[in-house]
Ligand binder design. Structure first.
Ligand code: PLP
Length: 438
């Protein structure tokens, strides 16, 4: 039986259960920016396989790190035991992260990194004698993952709609979506007026707030919304003023994607808690990190067992994942990844800014190695059919792009060459030339 035959009979794929959806493409091999299909086609991975890959697929250094670790220790539970890859990775991350984040709590994906951050901040306030701080503030258009806590923090969307009654309430502040300014201002003249909503929530009930959760500088799944840096610094100032914790969800933005090692560096701001995953392992294996300050960590240190953070997954700090993450951090430096992202950003700026003049393009947004076009299509949003139509057209041309409804974006691995990037953007240009908005 072919992969597709077995798959069709037995596998339940995320997001693609519509009867009209094309069958999943069987991939048998990958190298650099390319995926290779069972029937011998080559596809350029223009979205880094859901935003995880940075050094390219099948990288010899990462392969070797994984093989070497597999020969020594594939896994051991992480309660009462430890191992060199986890200890060293924690040490390396602390050196790399914004100053003050000194403790690394491991889990195993982006949603769990967020889930841990929510629980950790919630319990922190109990541990320090302020149990009334039990609410969270998150932003419009937020996406923080698919588990129940992460969905609660996420803005309402088709991902969360069926579960609304299952989710806990979260206060919602404006996002700085400049193209569709929530308070009707113009970026050229505004004073980040959209921040006022966050301020008024904090002013009226700051004492009951545990934390403000944000995706710094780039709200990805909610529409590739690029922030003015003043919003980020404003959030930090407000969190300081009202003494609430600031959680930075850097699951997507971490490890260079926005042109800085962490998006908080654009401020620069220092969050109290940061969530990492995706590119943490170079896109090889699932791993989650929730980094916290020493002060937060200290509040859990007690002989009172009820102050303990009882949260641990079977695969917490998996040694294989930690070993690949260490090799990926080496590569970020040796391969001059940040220079690569800067070069890619310049290329994206010149090509995508030019695309802004197309009638179907409403807005172009670029930050680091991410470029997005907001297309004129219906009401907009994730369910706009233009997304699936364009994805199919790009796939037939050998390019993997997966628009979020009317948001078409390009987010390749950092190792993409100029020629490969230009080829991909040529495809976008050609396809858009024949595309009318819906
Ligand atoms: N947080 C952000 C900002 C994300 O973009 C994502 C996934 O896209 C997540 C959390 C959830 O990560 P995962 O898919 O690994 O659970």
């Amino acid at each position: 039986m072919t992969i597709q035959e077995i798959d069709r009979a037995r596998v339940w794929h995320p997001y693609t259960q519509m009867q009209t959806a094309p069958p999943p493409v069987p991939i048998v091999r990958a190298e650099g920016v390319y995926l290779y299909t069972e029937d011998g086609r080559r596809i350029l991975d223009g979205i880094s396989s859901w935003w995880v890959n940075i050094h390219g697929h099948g990288h010899p250094r990462l392969n070797e790190a994984l093989a070497r670790q597999a020969r020594e220790l594939e896994h051991v539970m992480f309660a009462g035991f430890t191992h060199r890859p986890a200890a060293e990775l924690a040490d390396r991350l602390v050196a790399l992260l914004p100053r003050g984040l000194t403790r690394i709590f491991y889990s195993d994906n982006g949603s769990t990194a967020v889930e841990v951050a929510l629980k950790m901040s919630f319990q922190y306030w109990q541990n320090v004698g302020q149990p009334q701080r039990r609410e969270f503030i998150a932003l419009d258009h937020a996406y923080h993952g698919d588990t129940v806590g992460a969905m609660s923090a996420s803005a309402e969307s088709p991902f969360t709609a069926p579960f609304q009654r299952l989710l806990f309430p979260v206060e919602r502040a404006h996002a700085p979506y400049c193209f569709r300014c929530p308070v009707g201002c113009d970026r050229a003249t505004c004073s980040i007026d959209c921040l006022r909503r966050l301020e008024s929530i904090l002013a009226s009930r700051g004492d009951s707030i545990a934390a403000v959760l944000i995706e710094p500088m780039l709200q990805a799944a909610g529409g590739m919304i690029v922030w003015p840096v003043e919003f980020l610094t404003g959030v930090r100032q407000l969190c300081d003023r009202y003494r609430v914790l600031m959680i930075a969800d850097e699951v997507l933005t971490g490890f260079g994607r926005t042109g800085k090692m962490f998006a908080c560096e654009h401020g620069p701001v220092r969050p109290d808690i940061a969530c990492l995953s995706k590119a943490l392992t170079g896109g090889y294996l699932p791993l989650g990190v929730t980094a916290a300050t020493e002060e937060i960590y200290a509040s859990f240190l007690s002989n009172d067992r009820l102050k303990t953070f009882f949260h641990g997954h079977s695969f917490t700090a998996n040694p294989l994942a930690c070993a690949v993450a260490l090799a990926s951090l080496d590569l970020l430096i040796e391969d001059r990844s940040m220079d690569r992202v800067a070069r890619l950003e310049a290329l994206l700026r010149s090509r995508f800014t030019a695309l802004r003049s197309r009638p179907v393009v409403a807005d172009a947004r670029i930050l680091g190695g991410v470029a997005a076009l907001e297309l004129r299509a219906g009401q907009g949003g994730y369910l706009e059919p233009i997304g699936a139509r364009l994805a199919a057209e790009f796939l037939s041309r050998g390019l993997l792009l997966r628009p979020l409804g009317n948001i078409l974006y390009f987010m390749p691995p950092y190792v993409i060459t100029d020629a490969e990037a230009h080829w991909a953007i040529d495809q976008i240009e050609e396809v858009l030339a024949g595309t009318r908005g819906d």
